[in-house]
Design a protein around this ligand. Structure first.
Ligand code: CQM
Ligand code: MG
Length: 359
């Protein structure tokens, strides 16, 4: 067990001091690209300023024979691209048991460490994986002479990782957030799906049989309405609680049905409402979906402002449009207003929208 007093001490001589609070920078969409794919890589400089996070992916979806080219491609892109103030650079390294993870970290931190905000670690099983990355990053940061620490993001994609999610979130002051990894998690849990995120038509609840359909009609086989249920509700809700408890950020992860922009928006919105701050975009078409969903609506912002005004010093109860508002509904409104302020600080269009919306 690490003593609480040592938690914020650097883990290597010369490494930067850990952060005491995770910076709440906008990360509505974590946009994935394969740095070894020349067509995708060519699009990256043009996406700066239009996405919150650009993530050079080195793990799954990059062919084994392209792993080294992807790593080098990310180094080249990071060196050649001015990321400005609004766009962060992240990477997803290969899993810790792979032949590539050590070289991924060593190369990226020593060569482009000053440009790298967050390292996403896949298939995290428990706090021990974070402790390993934590110490190694500190050694590499010291070697590279970095002055600010690189943060760590874990993907929740094994049953063991899921069972240990609270201790993973609290394993290091570097922990920035957690994403759901629905495809690997489904396989590891032996779920019987074959998709990357989203629902399934077989996971449903059916209306009860009707009692009075008339003579000769079998109520069991007669048509009844069915509703698909959300396969990911338990996982996301638990991830959100674990992240909130530790002051870090939860994310939906990927939605693999690129053409189904409607269901993608639904899944992202469910996650937003439950507390997530963003999702992954795998294709350019998903960028605007995430931006729309993970920015509070102008109507919600205007309503939150009205509640804040009506609540004066923030205590007591008032009636507004026939509804009771009190200290706790105000707190929810303050969550919306804080997010709106943070997002609009770097987005004049959003700022204008929020400023002009009437309640
Ligand atoms: C789905 C794919 C194959 C369709 O790729 P495509 O080329 O067939 O699509 P397209 O519609 O024809 O593309 C149009 C244009 O956009 C470009 N393009 C296309 N995508 C991007 C992109 N991301 N960023 C920048 N540019 C992109 C593409 O190169 C093309 O350029 P062009 O007009 O010059 O011809 C492609 O979009 C892709 O490979 N996306 C990234 C996939 C990825 O990163 N997967 C891994 C994350 S999910 C995961 O790992 C699971 C998880 C968490 O681990 C777990 O649940 O367990
Ligand atoms: Mg995966």
């Amino acid at each position: 067990m690490r003593s609480a007093k040592d938690f914020f001490a650097p883990l290597a001589v010369g490494a930067p001091a850990p952060v005491r609070e995770v910076p709440a920078r906008p990360s509505r969409m974590i946009h994935f690209f394969d740095p070894s794919n020349p067509k995708m890589a060519a699009k990256v400089p043009g996406m700066v300023g239009t996405v919150d996070v650009l993530l050079g992916n080195l793990e799954d979806a990059v062919k084994a024979e392209s792993k080294e080219a992807a790593r080098q491609g990310l180094v080249d892109i990071a060196r050649a691209t001015d990321l400005g103030e609004q766009t962060q650079l992240w990477t997803r390294i290969n899993s810790l048991d792979s032949p590539w993870a050590l070289d991924d970290l060593t190369t990226l931190v020593t060569q482009i460490g000053e440009k790298l905000d967050v390292v996403m670690v896949p298939k995290v099983q428990g706090a021990e994986d974070i402790h390993y990355v934590d110490r190694l990053l500190a050694q590499l940061e010291a070697k590279a002479g970095l002055t600010r620490p690189i943060l760590v993001h874990a993907i929740l994609e094994t049953a063991r990782g899921m069972a240990n999610v609270e201790e993973i979130c609290g394993a290091s002051p570097r922990m920035q957030g957690i994403s759901l990894g629905p495809a690997d998690l489904a396989a590891d849990r032996r779920m019987k799906t074959t998709r990357v995120g989203g629902g399934h038509p077989g996971y449903l609840v059916r209306e009860d049989p009707s009692r009075d359909l008339g003579e000769g009609v079998d109520p069991v086989t007669a048509p009844r309405s069915v509703h698909q249920q959300d396969l990911w509700h338990y996982t996301i809700a638990r991830m959100v609680d674990a992240c909130a408890m530790h002051g870090i950020f939860p994310y939906y992860g990927p939605f693999g049905d690129i053409k189904d922009v409607v269901a993608c928006e639904d899944q992202f919105r469910n996650a937003f409402l439950l507390g997530c701050v963003g999702a992954w975009s795998l294709h350019p078409v998903q960028v605007d979906i995430a931006k729309r969903v993970f920015s509070p609506s102008a109507e919600d912002v205007a309503h939150a402002r009205r509640v804040k005004e009506a609540m004066g010093d923030g205590t007591g109860a008032v009636m507004l449009d026939g509804k009771m508002e009190d200290d706790a509904s105000l707190k929810q409104c303050l969550v919306i207003l804080e997010l709106a302020d943070r997002l609009s600080a770097g987005d004049p269009e959003l700022a204008e929208l929020y400023a002009t919306q009437e309640a």
